[in-house]
Design a protein around this ligand. Structure first.
Ligand SMILES: CN1CCN(C(=O)c2ccc(Nc3nc(-c4cccc(NC(=O)c5ccc(C(C)(C)C)cc5)c4)cn4ccnc34)cc2)CC1
Length: 285
């Protein structure tokens, strides 16, 4: 057959790289809030796709390293991961464009709906199972989150919950956030091996996931209350763990406790954690 009657290759016409988004195809709307990196705004991509756009304040992240990593992140696709659509990296500030989640962070959602959620253990467990599925996908791809917490999960329509900002922590330049002695380091979600050696792994994500479960079943309480970071480090090193949230089923708390085993090897994987959570969910509800 002659070349003209063969279908054009799928990449034809996509001259720029897939993960690069043309800012002219973005319409920016109201501000959603500001995080570690600067302002986040709601927007529309190509006229119809709802997006969230992080506008990265200069000097807050190692941009070239992140842009390189974005190529990998856009390939991570799962119903319980906030999808990275791409980046606008040709001018400053760079934009990080993701799918839009209309109900905001899980932490704020839990606190706002405490009344109705606290009596719905089934829904709380379902939220945990959804997050576990997203994390099991990352685990399967040897991808470590490094800052898993309810504040870094997002809520969409029909009680869909997704994990956001996976891997982004690696590109933060503020050493108050990156070093375990820093004031912004997420001490309360860190296991002993991270506190002592900053040794991150999927098993340190499992520890953080246990704390996230505690956040869910307390409808957004601060772990260890108002204890100072130094006091929390002391407790964690001594093996003192968080108390069972009021009204939380013993079977659920037993799973949280497994996530807080002092040695990483004794902690479950997200893969088998999901099976345990689904069994509990079918058993008690
Ligand atoms: C009825 N309610 C009214 C109030 N409300 C909102 O205003 C609201 C609605 C939707 C929101 N959605 C999103 N909000 C955000 C958002 C908003 C503010 C800050 C941030 N977070 C960040 O910028 C951020 C998070 C983590 C990190 C590290 C690297 C430390 C892990 C760095 C930066 C995200 C991102 N999104 C990605 C997809 N969807 C959203 C956020 C807020 C929620 C609904």
């Amino acid at each position: 057959t002659s070349p003209c009657d063969r279908p054009a290759p799928a990449t034809a016409g996509l001259s720029h790289d897939k993960w690069e988004i043309d800012p002219h195809e973005l319409m920016l709307h109201d501000e959603l809030g500001s995080g570690q990196f600067g302002v986040v705004r709601r927007g529309k991509w190509r006229g119809s796709i709802d997006v969230a756009v992080k506008m990265m304040k200069e000097g807050t992240m190692s941009e070239d390293d992140f842009i390189e990593e974005a190529k990998v992140m856009t390939k991570l696709q799962h119903t319980n991961l906030v999808q990275l659509y791409g980046v606008c990296s040709k001018n400053r500030p760079i934009f990080i464009v993701t799918e839009y989640m209309r109900h905001g962070s899980l932490l704020n959602y839990l606190r706002k709906h405490e009344q109705s959620l606290s009596s719905n253990q089934g829904l709380l467990l379902d939220m945990c199972i959804q997050i576990c599925k997203g994390m099991a996908y990352l685990e399967r791809h040897n991808y470590i989150h490094r800052d898993l917490a309810a504040r870094n999960c997002l809520v969409g329509s029909e009680n869909i919950v997704k994990v956001a900002d996976f891997g982004l922590a690696r590109y933060v330049l503020d050493d108050q956030y990156t070093s375990s002695g820093g004031t912004k380091f997420p001490i309360k979600w860190a296991p002993p091996e991270v506190l002592n050696y900053t040794r991150f792994s999927s098993k340190s994500d499992i520890w953080a996931y246990g704390v996230l479960m505690w956040e869910v079943f307390t409808c957004g309480k601060m772990p260890y209350g108002r204890l100072k970071n130094t006091e929390v480090v002391e407790r964690v090193q001594k093996g003192i763990i968080l108390e069972k949230p009021k009204g939380c089923y013993k079977e659920v708390f037993d799973i949280m406790r497994k996530c807080w085993s002092p040695s990483p090897e004794q902690r479950p994987s997200f893969r088998n954690l999901k099976d345990q959570l689904v069994n509990v969910s079918q058993g008690i509800l």
